[in-house]
Design a protein around this ligand. Structure first.
Ligand code: SF4
Length: 288
């Protein structure tokens, strides 16, 4: 007898607002100036979609030297260091700015802190391009802390202003802020965590509680995808993080009646459809 498996998709799946906007700009660029369109690093943290875009003429480069004079460069949703924009203009490169408005908000907060002579503290991952771009907008004197231990090593100071990487987990940020408030007399905090990622984490947790198995679809290099995976693991639900449909293994579905599917903010709809079709196909061949 065939076993019936129910598949539930998270209420927050697919592209977030900022990624949708970036992809729209790329499409507009391809339609108006044609290929190639350049991006500094992969435009989103989703290898299958990056590959699809590459086939359409979107080239990921490591530096401005690789962009032809008069070429078109799309700035990613993560934003960039302001010096890079100046240098690109100097080289006659056309810029299409896909910096997410939520990231732009953080950039303007640090600029403001800096103008008010506050030390700028960014809570986030110093290797993440968004954090590096925000730090560039702060000018000199920026501290980046990723956890309570690093926060505890901040030299006591009089006043500082804090922003938070948009995809940072709120609970972790709160712990860092608590430590910082013991080291800075006048600590100003701007809550720059993106609501889209917060809502996605909450929806993923709610879904994980209803199912026997979770599948998280997204890039292994995507911090918000990894964070969704962690939410499921912390909820003690068997979970697999996959980048493509062909990673799905029928062995995962033993004794499973309900599967939950969630995705990172850079996961395109075509990939979600492919994963759903593959799960349905595998489930169809199972017997109880
Ligand atoms: S996760 Fe939030 S901040 Fe990042 S691109 Fe999407 S909407 Fe913008």
């Amino acid at each position: 007898m065939k076993r019936k498996i129910e598949i539930l998709t998270s209420s927050h799946a697919g592209y977030c607002f900022g990624v949708k906007r970036a992809m729209r700009l790329i499409e507009q660029g391809l339609a108006s100036v044609g290929e190639p369109i350049y991006t500094l690093g992969d435009v989103i943290h989703n290898p299958p979609e990056v590959e699809r875009l590459r086939a359409r003429g979107v080239r990921s480069v490591a530096s401005l030297e690789e962009v032809a004079a008069g070429g078109t460069l799309v700035l990613r949703a993560h934003g960039v260091h302001p010096d890079l924009i100046q240098e690109a203009r100097r080289r006659g490169i056309l810029i299409l700015d896909a910096t997410c408005p939520f990231v732009q908000r953080s950039q303007s907060f640090v600029k403001q802190y800096s103008e008010e002579s506050l030390l700028v503290i960014i809570i986030g991952d110093r290797d993440h391009p968004e954090v590096q771009g925000i730090a560039g907008h702060a000018g000199k004197g920026v501290i980046i802390v990723r956890d309570e231990v690093e926060a505890a090593s901040v030299v006591p100071i009089d006043k500082a202003g804090v922003v938070i990487q948009t995809t940072f987990a709120r609970g972790d940020a709160d712990k860092v802020i608590k430590v910082l408030s013991g080291r800075v007399r006048d600590l100003r905090v701007r809550d720059t965590i993106c609501q889209a990622t917060e809502a996605r984490r909450a929806a993923t947790l709610a879904l994980a509680k209803k199912v026997d198995l979770m599948i998280v679809v997204g890039g292994r290099n995507s911090s918000n995808t990894k964070s969704l995976f962690q939410v499921c693991i912390d909820a003690h639900v068997p979970t697999h993080l996959i980048e493509s449909a062909d990673e799905i293994d029928s062995a995962w579905f033993e004794r499973v009646r309900r599967i939950g599917l969630t995705t990172g903010t850079s996961t395109p709809d075509w990939l979600i459809d492919a994963v759903l079709a593959r799960i349905a196909g595998v489930a169809d061949g199972l017997s109880s």
